[in-house]
Design a protein around this ligand. Structure first.
Ligand SMILES: C[S@@+](CC[C@H](N)C(=O)[O-])C[C@H]1O[C@@H](n2cnc3c(N)ncnc32)[C@H](O)[C@@H]1O
Length: 189
């Protein structure tokens, strides 16, 4: 099982399907979901995608083995997220097949992520991904279109995450996910 945790810093809960970038950059999360889960004409069943919305203290979990109605385009993915956020409460609810949402702190999110596998934090200046060993159960943490906050990084380090990089350039988070998927595919993980 491979998981991705993307921290979304700008999203405030409103989604205008005609303006995804203007909806707290929810387009970044939609592209992350696309990169994490989709193959050509198929879905990667062994992926869990987590989006932590820091302004809402909310965690969206997508279990790819259970998803239905998920398509590769950003707009319909955003519609599923909108449907989830409308039902946000303290208790986890499944809002469509494979989509789960709940109110939770970042600390609790990291604990949940840690229970899924080894935490690897993606940062431009980290250790080269090609030089490290990666276990079968692993969670990759990355930020959205802005840098991770200092206090978030502290919690990530306190959670025992190792810092790794996919290369010297600062890339879009969805591109980072595609590279990581490719690296794991090549290792047959
Ligand atoms: C668009 S970048 C964040 C903003 C960017 N650092 C900036 O200049 O404002 C999105 C995220 O992708 C990850 N990332 C980008 N390039 C990376 C790389 N070369 N190696 C590892 N992670 C990377 C980091 O988690 C980063 O926070």
């Amino acid at each position: 099982m491979r998981a991705y945790l993307v921290v979304s810093h700008k999203f405030q809960g409103e989604i205008n399907l005609n303006d995804l970038p203007g909806s707290g950059r929810i387009d970044v999360i939609c592209r992350g979901i696309n990169a994490a889960i989709f193959l050509s004409h198929a879905i990667r069943k062994d992926v869990i995608f987590l989006a932590y919305f820091s302004k809402l203290n909310a965690l969206l979990k997508i279990d790819a083995s259970r998803v239905r109605y998920l398509n590769p385009d950003e707009r319909s993915t955003a519609a599923l997220i909108r449907n989830a956020v409308i039902k946000l409460s303290d208790h986890e609810v499944q809002t469509s097949p494979g989509f789960f949402i709940k109110k939770v702190t970042f600390t609790e999110t990291l604990q949940e992520a840690g229970s899924l596998g080894k935490l690897l934090y993606l940062r431009e200046d980290g250790k080269d991904i090609q030089s490290i060993s990666i276990p079968k159960n692993v969670v990759f943490i990355l930020s959205d279109n802005v840098n991770m906050r200092e206090e978030e990084e502290k919690e990530i380090y306190d959670g025992g995450a190792e810092v790794i990089s996919v290369g010297p350039q600062s890339l879009l988070s969805s591109h980072v996910i595609a590279i990581v998927n490719n690296e794991l595919d090549r290792r047959e993980l």
